[in-house]
Design a protein around this ligand. Structure first.
Ligand code: 13P
Length: 249
């Protein structure tokens, strides 16, 4: 049985004081929560949030990392620096990284392997653009991103990888994929994992859905067989909107 995994991606929002307030509210209100939880604050907020959620049932995530361990990489943040702050998980291949900052599958794959090698867990995001969906290429795009993102990742390490299907047209737009459409892609991607790593890995891997997840659609999405959690953006910025998603029933 797969555990539900609900993650909040705070993107480029919040000051330290605001982040501390939100983290403290989530610790208090999720302590009786039954699922797996994560928050991913911006880099400058990690040191503030880390001690607040330490010892709670909420994991600390980062939103990106550099493809190299250290060195002359102005403006980048190393996995070593993230680990030093207590980060346990890193989100990689988010659509904003792919499409706004032009990260390709090879670069994302390099980051995935480095993060895993350094002992971090990974949330690998995949998802098609609207025109790719309209051209009937959603499955193919998600397959390519999955296969290339995981190239060279050993079966043993796959247990530390979560996939997040985030159709780009559903992110921050208020348009959610229908539970049926999302589940169809999740099932397809689970099949891709089956081909690469076998049946039991396919059954075990957690596939989150992301894209305008709100309190009023979370339960229907999560009811689908292949949807194992959520990667939440906008609604993760307030405890009042995130807690009902995190405690969906
Ligand atoms: P929204 O929930 O704001 O659509 O963002 C989804 C997302 O990109 C999470 O990573």
């Amino acid at each position: 049985m797969r555990n539900y995994y609900i993650a909040g991606n705070w993107k480029m929002h919040k000051t330290r004081a605001e982040a501390a307030d939100l983290a403290a509210a989530l610790v208090a209100r999720l302590k009786d929560g039954k699922h797996k939880y994560l928050v991913a604050p911006g880099f400058t907020l990690l040191e503030t949030v880390a001690p607040i959620i330490k010892g709670s049932n909420i994991l600390l995530g980062a939103q990106n990392c550099a493809p190299e361990e250290q060195g002359a990489h102005t403006g980048e943040t190393s996995v070593l620096q993230l680990k030093d702050l207590g980060v346990q998980v890193v989100i990689l291949g988010h659509s904003e990284r792919r499409h706004v900052y032009k990260e390709d599958d090879a670069l994302i794959n390099k980051k995935v392997k480095l993060a895993l090698r350094q002992g971090l867990d990974v949330i690998l995001c995949i998802g098609e653009l609207l025109e790719e969906r309209e051209e009937g290429r959603a499955e193919q795009v998600c397959e390519t991103q999955t296969v290339k993102g995981l190239e060279g990742v050993q079966a043993d390490d796959l247990s530390r990888v979560t996939l997040a299907y985030e159709p780009v047209w559903a992110i921050g737009t208020g348009k959610t994929a229908t539970p049926e459409d999302a589940d169809a892609i999740h099932a397809y991607v689970r099949g891709v994992i089956r081909k690469l790593y076998g049946e039991s890995a396919a059954q075990r891997i957690i596939i989150q859905y992301g894209g305008s997840v709100k309190a009023d659609n979370a339960a229907q999405l999560m009811a689908k067989e292949n949807i194992d959690g959520a990667l939440v953006g906008g609604a993760a910025l307030k405890a009042d909107s995130f807690v009902p998603i995190a405690k969906f029933s």
